[in-house]
Design a protein around this ligand. Structure first.
Ligand code: NAG
Ligand code: NAG
Ligand code: NAG
Length: 327
């Protein structure tokens, strides 16, 4: 009975051949999941017998925690889907797997599964960005980590360090390296002056290294140049100041003679200036000047009388700043 059904189907499919088989859409091929700098991209090739107006739908899941697939890109016509661009949370230590199905009209192909990848272990880490700054006979290396799609390099790889390799231009075989570097600004100071050096940096993580950066080159200048000029300039300024002070001290007398000549004023002028002023205003001001009297009373007279006389003293003390106005 069942053998008869099978035989019928076999006969049917062989006689009608191509038309029936073309009713089942052939599936995409070479489905692969990959990651660069913590993104998650599913790629595939078109089916062996592509139908017209093919679209693809993708799904993925964390192969450790999820039993069911989650929807990725739907009804797309290109051959890749960046799952990390979708509004779906992806964990940077997660292990993922994807699958894709081709569709044409109402027909669908079988789902084709990809390989599975663990993000932190399998992602390809781009090379760091390296800039060089020449500073006399030293070169400062400034390093920028690649930007991750999810999270950040130092959040995923807690013990990431740099391996800096440097060599004289044209002498690559004599390269030296500094490894285990954690700072992103490093000064290479054991260099020769007036020499071109090339530098290449690789990030080393607990999981895997990054791609090495392209070599960048920079020339050193005179070893002593910058500090020497600064030292001479400072010395010059200090020496000039000291000389000026010494000259000023030694020739102080002559300077003061020059500024205040001895044979200055005619005698009658001096007499006029030194004579006690006798303008009525000045005399009035001088006679009404109170502090002299107050001090005399306080300093000379003791005990009970100080209490009586204390009042004017306090008043004078409080108003001292206003004294010229009140008198
Ligand atoms: C995808 O295409 C199918 C078939 O054409 C359609 O039924 C479905 O609604 C589409 N889905 C989206 C999200 O556009
Ligand atoms: C992303 O998904 C969350 C919930 O999963 C939702 O609240 C949010 O609005 C979504 N954002 C966008 C831009 O779609
Ligand atoms: C650093 O890089 C140099 C050159 O590529 C290599 O020889 C050396 O082994 C590396 N060091 C570490 C600690 O990876």
């Amino acid at each position: 009975m069942s053998a008869a059904v099978c035989a019928f189907i076999l006969t049917f499919s062989t006689t009608l051949g191509p038309t029936v088989v073309s009713g089942v859409l052939s599936a995409p091929t070479n489905v692969r999941l990959s990651s660069n700098d913590m993104n998650l991209v599913l790629r595939w090739d078109s089916p062996e017998r592509p139908a017209s107006s093919l679209v693809y739908t993708t799904e993925f899941k964390s192969s450790v925690y999820e039993a069911a697939y989650r929807v990725g890109c739907v009804n797309i016509s290109n051959l890749e889907c960046d799952l990390s661009c979708l509004n779906i949370s992806v964990f940077h230590y997660g292990t993922y797997k994807g699958r894709v199905q081709a569709q044409s009209g109402t027909e669908s192909s079988a789902w084709m599964e990809s390989n599975q990848i663990t993000l932190d272990k399998d992602t390809i880490i781009s090379s760091p960005d390296v800039s060089l700054f020449s500073n006399g006979a030293a070169i400062e290396v400034s390093i920028k980590d690649p930007v991750f799609t999810i999270s950040a390099l130092r959040k995923v790889y807690h013990s990431a360090t740099y391996n800096i390799t440097y060599w004289k231009h044209g002498q690559r075989e004599k390269a030296r390296s500094k490894s285990n570097i954690q700072q992103n600004r490093v000064v290479l100071s054991d260099l020769d002056p007036w020499t071109k050096y090339c530098v290449r940096v690789q990030i080393i993580t607990e999981r895997k290294p990054s791609k090495p950066s392209a070599a960048v080159c920079e020339s050193t200048t005179n070893e002593e140049a910058a500090p020497w000029v600064a030292a001479v300039a400072t010395f010059g300024i200090v020496a000039t100041l000291v000389a000026l002070v010494v000259v000023a001290v030694v020739y102080r007398k002559r300077f003061s003679h020059f500024l205040c000549p001895e044979d200055a004023l005619p005698q009658h002028f001096k007499e006029y200036l030194l004579a006690p002023p006798n303008s009525p205003m000045y005399l009035a001001m001088r006679n009404s000047h109170p502090p002299d009297e107050i001090y005399n009373q306080v300093s000379v007279i003791a005990d009970s009388r100080t209490l009586e006389e204390g009042q004017p003293l306090e008043a004078a003390g409080r108003n001292c700043s206003k004294q010229p106005d009140t008198t």
